[in-house]
Design a protein around this ligand. Sequence first.
Ligand SMILES: Nc1ncnc2c1ncn2[C@@H]1O[C@H](COP(=O)(O)OP(=O)(O)OP(=O)(O)O)[C@@H](O)[C@H]1O
Ligand SMILES: [Mg+2]
Length: 224
Amino acid sequence: MLKVDKLNKTFKTDGGDVHAVRDVTFHAADGEMVAIIGASGSGKSTLLSLLGLLDSPDEGSIEMNGTQLAHLDSSGRTKYRSRQVGFVFQAFNLIPNLSAKENVKLALEFAEWPKEGRDARADEMLTMVGLGPDKAQRRPNKLSGGEQQRVAIARAFAAQPQLILADEPTGSLDKATGQKIVQLLREAANTLKTTVLVVTHDERVAKQADRRLEIDDGVLQEIA
Ligand SMILES: Nc1ncnc2c1ncn2[C@@H]1O[C@H](COP(=O)(O)OP(=O)(O)OP(=O)(O)O)[C@@H](O)[C@H]1O
Ligand SMILES: [Mg+2]
C-alpha cells in the first residue's frame, strides 16, 4: 500500500517560485493501476520523481508498505530506488549496447538479485511481456518501439518492486501498440500485486486503469 500525505514541492527559479506539487494526498493499493492525467506542466513528472526518490519533497510524507521514505538513510534510499521501484519512461531508456536480456539482467544486478537466479528471472520476465529468445538477444535498435517498451517493462518488474512509476509509457507508440502496452502493465500489476502509477495524456489509456487521478496546477483530485 502506497500512502501519500500532503506532499509539497516548490522549485525556485529565476522567474519566481513554481509550486509544482500542492498538498497531494492519495492512497494506492497493491496490484492497483492508477492513471494520473493532467495538462503539460501540471506536476505529473515532479510527483513521480518524489515517489521514486529521485527528488525530495519540501513537506509531506510518502509511506510504502509501512515504511516512511523520509526516514530512510542514504543507503536505504538507494535500495528503495533499485529494489522497490521500477521506472518506465516514454523514451524506453534502454542501454543501447546491451541486448534486451542483458538490460533486464543489469537491473537485477543493481537490485542485488542472487547471481545464479538472474538468467532464469530475465527469461521469465521477457516471456511475461511476450518476447521470446530471439528478441531477447537483440539490441534495442533491432526491436520495434513497442518491443523496446516491453523490455523496459520486463526490466522494471524484474526485481519484484512494490511500485512501478510509468511516465507517458505510450507517448512514443501508436494508439494500438500503446493500448497493448498498458494492458500488459495492468496485467502485470494485477498478477504480481504491484502498484502501478501511469502518467498519460491519452484518455483511452487512462480508462484502462482501475482509477484515475487528475492533477491541475499541482493539485491532485480523484475522478469519479
Ligand atoms: N527541476 C526543475 N526546476 C524548476 N522548475 C521545474 C523543475 N522541474 C519541473 N519544474 C516545473 O514544475 C512544473 C511541473 O513540471 P512537471 O515536469 O512535473 O510537469 P508535467 O505535468 O510532467 O508536464 P508534461 O506533461 O509536459 O511532462 C512546471 O512548471 C515545470 O516548469
Ligand atoms: Mg512530465
